[in-house]
Design a protein around this ligand. Structure first.
Ligand code: HEM
Length: 400
C-alpha cells in the first residue's frame, strides 16, 4: 500500500524486470511537481526528486542534505544497516576516509591501469569472436570490470565467481535467477563476512594491493575498525564492477537498437568519449540514493522539513527534458551531456574514471572487429529498481 500508484511503478522490481526503466511513469511524476512525497508500507517515506537541477543541487549541498542516517530507499522499516562506508558518511569522517581511498582512482592512477585494462579487453574480445554468438552480459560485460577490480584488490582469479555472486546477492537480491540469498540484508551480511576476512588477512599480511591500503590506512593515527574496513571493501566488490558491467551491456543494447548511431561511431572512433557518456546517461545503472535534510529548507520551491528523507533519482534526472533535448533518444555525440550518472558533489563516484576507461577499452577493441551485430534472442532485465540493468543479452555478429 502506498499514497501514489505512479511512484509504485517506479519502485516496482517486477516492472524493471519486464520492461526496463519505467520512463513513462518517471516523466509523469516529474511533470507533476519538482518533488513528490512518497509514503509506502514497506519502507520509510521519502520526497522523490526527479528534476536534474534539484538532484544536482542536493548532491552538491552535502552540508544541508546529509548522507546519514539513510542511504537507500528500499531498506525495510526499522532495518539498521551494518554499512559504514563512504556512501553512509558525512564530513569530517567522509572527507578523511575518502582521501585515503581516492589515491587509487585519480586520473594518473587509472592511466597506469590502462595497459592492463586493454589487455583484458583484447583477451575477452578474442574469446567472444571465436564464435559467432554469445550471451554478452555474462561472457563479456561482467568479466572486464570484475577481473580488474579483483586484480586491484589482490583477490585471486579463482575467487572471481565468488565476488560476482556476492555483488548479485546485494544488488539483485529480488531476482531469484541471479541471487542466492533471500534478500539484500542477507546478501550484505554475507559480503560483510567475506570483506572482514579479506581486511583481517591484509592486516596480518599486507601487500601492495587496494585491500591492503584500505585495511591498514590510519585516520588520525588510528586504524579503521573492521566494520569500517569491510564496508569500504564491500563497495569495491559490488559497485566496483557490477555497475560498469550494466553500463557496458546496456550500452551495447543501445547501439544494437540504434544502428545509425552504431554506424556513426564505427565511422568516427574519435566520438568514443562522447558515446560512452551517452551510454552512461541512457542506461544509468545506479538509479538513486537518499539524503536527509539537516534543517528545514526548500527544494524546487517545495518546503522540506528537518529530518525528511529525499530520494535523488539519477535515472529521472538523466532524462529531464529541461536539461536534455530529446531525452529518450540515444545520440552518441550528444553535447552538452551533463548527466548525473555518478552523482555530484562530495559523494561523486570515486570510480568514475575507472568505469569510463573500462568501457572505452572494450568498445574500442570490439567495434572495429565486427561488421554486423544483432540480437539473438530477447534481452532480459534484472529484477531490481535500485542498481539495475540487463542480465541477459544474447547477440550474434559477423567479423569485419
Ligand atoms: C558505470 C559505473 C558506475 C556507476 C554508474 C556508479 C554510480 C555511483 C553513484 C551514483 C554514486 C553515488 C553518488 C552520490 O551519492 O552522490 C557512486 C558512489 C560511489 N562509487 Fe560508483 N559507480 C560506478 C562505478 C564505480 C566503480 C568502478 C567503483 C570502484 C572504485 C565505484 C565506487 C564508488 C564509491 C566508493 C562510491 C561512494 C563515494 C562517496 O560516497 O564518497 N563506483 N557511484
Amino acid at each position: 500500500m502506498s499514497n501514489n500508484p505512479t511512484c509504485d511503478i517506479i519502485f516496482d522490481p517486477d516492472h524493471w524486470a519486464k520492461y526496463g526503466a519505467p520512463h513513462a511513469a518517471i516523466d509523469k511524476i516529474r511533470a507533476q511537481s519538482p518533488i513528490i512525497w512518497y509514503d509506502h508500507d514497506e519502507f520509510d517515506p521519502v520526497w522523490l526528486v526527479t528534476r536534474h537541477q534539484d538532484v544536482e543541487f542536493i548532491g552538491k549541498n552535502n552540508e544541508l542534505f546529509l548522507s546519514s542516517p539513510r542511504t537507500v530507499i528500499h531498506n525495510p522499516k526499522g532495518y539498521v544497516s551494518p554499512l559504514v562506508g563512504l556512501p553512509q558518511l558525512d564530513a569530517p569522517d567522509h572527507t578523511d576516509q575518502r582521501k585515503a581511498i581516492q589515491a587509487w582512482f585519480t586520473g594518473r592512477a587509472v592511466k597506469n591501469m590502462e595497459k592492463r585494462i586493454n589487455e583484458i579487453a583484447v583477451e575477452l574480445v578474442d574469446k567472444m569472436l571465436s564464435t559467432d554468438t554469445c550471451e554478452f552480459c555474462n561472457d563479456v560485460a561482467a568479466q572486464l570490470p570484475l577481473k580488474m577490480m579483483c586484480e586491484l584488490l589482490g583477490i585471486p582469479e579463482e575467487q572471481e565467481p565468488t565476488v560476482l555472486q556476492l555483488a548479485r546477492d546485494i544488488f539483485a537480491a529480488a531476482d531469484p535467477a541471479l541471487a542466492k540469498t533471500v534478500n539484500s540484508k542477507e546478501g550484505v551480511e554475507k559480503a560483510m563476512a567475506f570483506c572482514s576476512e579479506l581486511g583481517i588477512s591484509r592486516q596480518k599480511n599486507p601487500t601492495d594491493d587496494l585491500a591492503s591500503t584500505i585495511a591498514n590506512t590510519q585516520i588520525n593515527g588510528e586504524l579503521m575498525t573492521i566494520q569500517q574496513i569491510a564496508s569500504h571493501l564491500l563497495i569495491m566488490i559490488s559497485a566496483g564492477h557490477d555497475t560498469t558491467a550494466s553500463a557496458i551491456s546496456g550500452g551495447m543494447l543501445a547501439l544494437i537498437n540504434n544502428p545509425d548511431q552504431l554506424q556513426k561511431l564505427k565511422e568516427n572512433p574519435a566520438l568514443m568519449d562522447k558515446a560512452i557518456n551517452e551510454m552512461l546517461r541512457y542506461v544509468t545503472p545506479t538509479t538513486s540514493f537518499v539524503r536527509t535534510a539537516k534543517e528545514d529548507t526548500e527544494v524546487g520551491g517545495v518546503k522540506v522539513a528537518k529530518g525528511d528523507d529525499l530520494c535523488i533519482h539519477f535515472s529521472a534526472a538523466n532524462r529531464d527534458p529541461e536539461e536534455f533535448e530529446n531525452p529518450h533518444a540515444f545520440i552518441i555525440d550528444r553535447h552538452p551531456n551533463k548527466h548525473l550518472v555518478f552523482g555530484k558533489g562530495p559523494h561523486v563516484c570515486i570510480g568514475l574514471l575507472l568505469a569510463k576507461i573500462e568501457m572505452i577499452a572494450l568498445f574500442k577493441t570490439l567495434l572495429p572487429r565486427i561488421s554486423k551485430i544483432e540480437l539473438d534472442g530477447t534481452p532480459e532485465y534484472v529484477k531490481s529498481f535500485w542498481v539495475t540493468g540487463l542480465k541477459k543479452l544474447p547477440i550474434r555478429y559477423e567479423l569485419a
